[in-house]
Design a protein around this ligand. Structure first.
Ligand SMILES: NC(=O)c1ccc[n+]([C@@H]2O[C@H](COP(=O)([O-])OP(=O)(O)OC[C@H]3O[C@@H](n4cnc5c(N)ncnc54)[C@H](O)[C@@H]3O)[C@@H](O)[C@H]2O)c1
Length: 252
């Protein structure tokens, strides 16, 4: 049974990449707290389906179809959520895409695209909501990093660099905006079994490696990230900022 955090009721929350995977679990978890959740994604079909499902459960949600690589469109989508639900108190920077890319194949355009998909919107979404949080007297930003750079996993160097950049951004914003009671933390997931992961990467061999490397035997699921994300946004985490919380079942 998930914990309940009364301070999250009626809070305006924005989740990027909320239409599927971990982001969808985060949207549902905040909606279950009674928060007003705006989520941004370019998967229109999945986003509309999630919004319909949650609205049917009496949740207050709003889907904004947007490609987060387009910063003016990202800013407009955040403004639209603000107009509908009020100033933003929590932002979860979640969207990314872990496509594999051998170093020798990377051209400058692809490099820039990887950064735009996996990192740039973290900065501009945060920039867009900070004035709201200052006005509210506080807020929480949670940005999804990964254990990929921490564990030194290869095969996706620009994705890995983006996930390291997330940690640098989080620590810098935590320093600059702590005086406004704005807390900024990263979550570094291990291997979380989303539909995309199951379809693309979950082979019997890969699952055997996972079972060997994790201290915990079970496969991790999106809710294993969503519940700690909700905790980090809540007043129960009011002294936690500038941290990277590793949630990987003990990957060694
Ligand atoms: N699943 C894992 O094992 C794992 C491990 C480590 C870190 N993470 C991180 O967790 C976060 C969520 O990962 P996930 O596995 O749920 O991913 P996912 O691919 O299942 O879902 C990502 C969502 O973001 C959306 N998205 C991607 N690019 C977008 C864009 N340009 N504009 C708008 N929407 C866009 C997608 O449509 C999708 O709904 C990511 O930051 C990822 O790097 C995941």
């Amino acid at each position: 049974m998930p914990a309940t955090y009364p301070d999250l009721r009626d809070r305006t929350v924005i989740v990027t990449g909320g239409a599927s995977g971990i982001g969808a679990a985060i949207v549902a978890a905040f909606a279950a707290q009674g928060a007003r959740v705006g989520f941004l994604d370019f998967d229109i079909e999945a986003g509309a389906a999630l919004a319909d499902r949650l609205a049917g459960e009496d949740a207050t949600v709003r889907f904004e179809p947007v490609d987060l690589r387009d910063i003016p469109a990202l800013r407009a989508a955040i403004a639209s959520v603000r107009e509908a639900f009020g100033p933003v108190g929590t932002l979860v920077n979640n969207a990314a895409r872990d496509d594999r890319h051998p170093t020798e194949d990377v051209e400058p355009d692809y490099f820039d695209e990887r950064i735009a998909t996996n990192f740039r919107h973290h900065f501009f979404a945060s920039q867009a909501v900070l004035p709201d949080m200052i006005g509210l007297g506080g807020g929480a930003i949670i940005s999804l990093s990964s254990i990929v750079p921490l564990a030194g996993i290869g095969g996706m160097p620009v994705y890995s660099a983006s996930k390291s950049a997330v940690v640098g951004l989080v620590r810098s914003l935590a320093r600059d905006y702590g005086q406004h009671n704005i807390r900024v933390n990263a979550i570094a997931p291990g291997w979380i079994m989303t539909e995309r992961q199951k379809t693309l990467w979950l082979t019997p061999e890969a699952d055997a490696t996972r079972a060997e490397r994790q201290c915990l035997a079970r496969r991790l699921v999106p809710e294993d990230i969503a519940r700690p994300a909700v905790f980090l946004a809540s007043e129960d985490a009011s002294a936690i900022t500038g941290q990277t919380v590793v949630i990987d079942g003990g990957w060694v």
